[in-house]
Design a protein around this ligand. Sequence first.
Ligand code: SF4
Length: 224
Amino acid sequence: MFTREVSLHVRAEASLERLHARIRVCTRCVDAGLLKHARPIVAGSILDRIAIVGQAPGAVELSTGQPFSGRSGAELRRWLARAGIDEDHLPYRTAITKCFPGKSAAGGGDRRPSPAEIGLCAPWLQEELALLRPRVILLVGGLAIERFWGKMSLEVAVGTSRRIEGVTYIALPHPSGASRWLNDARHRLLLTRALAKVSRAVRTLDNGASEQRIRDERPTHGRR
Ligand code: SF4
């Protein structure tokens, strides 16, 4: 039984790596005239039980090739640390669109990906989640929240969670310094509430993993 599980796991890991390889050469938005350059960015392993879905990579991510590696990413990692997820155990990291969309023409941060870009990139996210089957999905920012829960204000979404088909979704605001949302003390309270939910979800996953380990290590009397 154990050997079968290992072989299933190895196959799933290989499938995820193949999917990442296909995503990294995607040029759909360039072909459609929506982006000048494509450099899709995604990271994570099949072992990840938590997935973070953000909006899109930023300029720093474009140079490092790692999701959430810029200033916003550093802030997000600080939030995750508050919830008990340390730097060495970062979850699966992906986004609604996987290429840097460029700066907003109006200034004040990165351009929000257009509906056409979101539509072209959506099948990738679907395939990632179908393979990974995460137990917890952190929705980072309005665009990710809208993709899974429909259009709603951050005030309504942040600090709440939903359980859909065995997956816990938790809404977080975007950690971008360009966003003024967290300047409001009531919004910071909502963030604290959301991180408490992340922390609870992490503990539940850890407890489940320990119980599974105990079951796996339990002597199998009478079984050969
Ligand atoms: S944003 Fe998504 S669909 Fe568009 S080119 Fe990048 S990976 Fe492909």
